[in-house]
Each structure stands twice: as C-alpha cells, then as structure tokens.
Ligand binder design. Structure first.
Ligand SMILES: O=C(O)CCC(=O)C(=O)O
Length: 290
C-alpha cells in the first residue's frame, strides 16, 4: 500500500505523463500463483489457438487466453489488487467498472500494435483532451522483460491531444520524445488509453506474457471478458459486483458508486455554492414592525 504522499506523486505523474510504471505491486505469493495459473491456462487453450492461427482464423502474432476470469481465482484477485486498485478508482472515479481483460502471449516477431496510437481516437461523445482517464489500462507482468522483449513505449503527455491528432511519423524508441518501459515480474504499467503508445517488436527469443485489465465508468458498455461466468459468488461483495457490472436494483447506472473516494461529490459543492450566490443576490429582509 502506498503512503498518501506517494499516491499524490503517482497521480501527478499519471496526470501529466499519461502513464506510470509501478514496481513490485504483486506480492510474491500471488505472483507465483499468477505465473502458474497463466501457464496452466495457456497450455489448456494453446492447441485451439495454434490451429486457428495456422488456418488464418486467429491472430498469429499473439495469443489471448480466453475467459481469463474463469481460468483461476488469482485473475479475479488481480482485478482489485490492493496495491493498484485504490489508484485506479481514484483515476477513473468511484463509478469504476472493469471494461475488458486479456492474458496475452506475444511471440517473438514484429509488433502487432499500430505505431504510436491512442485506443480512443474513434470514440465519439467526449472531449479527448479534457475527459481524462475515460479508459485506463493496467498491464501486469509475471516475468522480467528484457529491453528487446516487446516492451511498451509511450509519448508522454500525448493524452492531452484532441482526438485524431496527427500521428508522429518516423518515431522510434531511440527518440527522446519516447519513453520505453522495461518491467520486472510483479510490476504494473498503468496508462490512460488516449496517450500515444505501442508495443515494440519482440526481438528476443522468448514469448512476452502480460495480463491486461481495462477500467472505465459503470455506465459504459463492457465486454464479456470483464465478467466471470459465476457471478452468484460475489453477491455479498459490493466492490466486485460493481466491477463486474452487476446492477443494483433501484440504482441508476450513472449513480453507481463504491464510496472509496471520500472527496465531496460535485453536486453538493455546486448546490452550496449556488445557495450562497442566491443568498447574496437577494435583498436583505428588512424587519418592518407590524
Ligand atoms: O502490448 C500489448 O499487448 C498491447 C499494447 C496496446 O496497444 C494496448 O494495450 O492498448
């Protein structure tokens, strides 16, 4: 868990750069569980993927293990990991929900991502430069990466650009405008999905493994990969019910809250400010004797 000062520092870094690298956030016992569960789940589904990749019906450069939240409970526990979740809830807001998940194996070869891109360029209905943290992603790493093993790279501050801002041309990881992150096992890289980012080529001889969770607001439609098949077992867990998109009878989607962020809600601040204004604008009542 981070101190309040560290949380404030990380938030500042995130807001100005658009990403942050958090080291050793997965405790060692959980990391072991995650590593084993990742390999067991990928073995379980590898053949099916390999056949699809060979037939051309599946992506061949990387393999996403299906339904990761049903593969092992460690993937559920990572959804609200105590070392990262309070920060995520602060960044996205108290109405946070899991939006989609992947557990990915990126094989040696050229990158499968577009060169520096925003995930949100084609999204309508909000101001990209001003609506910060609309969709926030975490990549967790279960093994150390070398600098050649498909690392993430970012253009700091580019999350402040409007939508469809011209993409930088001929920019590679050697540019001073680019920050490349080389994580170790147990680390997390959290980023605003509007910041220009990419996975670099995997020039190593080893597959890169990562667990990717994206978070947004409760009212935004989520993907089936963000919902475990047995939701009944979370019926007494308010946080997980919200994260997995289980409706609360009588609570509108826009009003869903975890109650983690203790800051005063905007509406009450606005309400008291307008009451003060009205009071000032109205003529003072004179005490006319009857
Ligand atoms: O490294 C990856 O697996 C994908 C990187 C990316 O573009 C993303 O997560 O949006």
């Amino acid at each position: 868990m981070f101190s309040a000062a560290r949380v404030a520092e990380v938030r500042l870094q995130f807001e100005t750069q658009g990403f942050v690298h958090l080291k050793s956030v997965i405790p060692p016992d959980m990391l072991n569980r995650a590593k084993t569960a990742f390999d067991v789940a990928s073995d379980r589904h590898f053949e099916e993927w390999r056949r699809g990749a060979q037939a051309g019906t599946d992506e061949s450069r990387f393999f996403d293990i299906p339904d990761i939240l049903d593969q092992d409970d460690v993937f559920i526990d990572l959804v609200d990991l105590p070392t990262t979740f309070p920060l995520l809830a602060h960044l996205v807001g108290d109405d946070i929900q899991l939006n989609h998940t992947s557990a990915r194996l990126f094989y040696p070869g050229p990158t499968f991502t577009s060169p520096f891109h925003s995930d949100l360029d084609n999204v309508l209905g909000f101001s990209h430069a001003h609506t910060l943290n609309f969709l926030v992603k975490v990549h967790y790493f279960v093994e150390d990466l070398s600098a050649e093993r498909g690392c993430l790279a970012f253009i700091p501050g580019s999350h402040r650009y409007p939508g469809n801002y011209p993409k930088p041309k001929h920019l590679d990881e050697t540019s001073p405008a680019v920050v490349k992150i080389v994580p170790r096992a147990g680390d997390a890289v959290i980023f605003n999905t509007h910041v220009m980012h990419m996975a670099l080529d995997n020039k190593s001889e080893t597959v890169r493994k990562s667990i990717i969770y994206a978070y947004s607001h409760y009212w935004m439609k989520h993907y089936s990969s963000a919902v475990p098949s047995n939701l009944e077992r979370f019926s007494n867990n308010k946080q997980r019910k919200q994260l997995f998109g289980v409706d609360e009878p009588g609570v509108p989607h826009f009003d869903r809250r975890l109650g983690l962020n203790k800051e005063r809600p905007t509406f009450s601040t606005l309400l008291s400010a307008s009451k003060r204004l009205i009071k000032r604008a109205l003529p003072k009542r004179s005490h006319v004797p009857q």
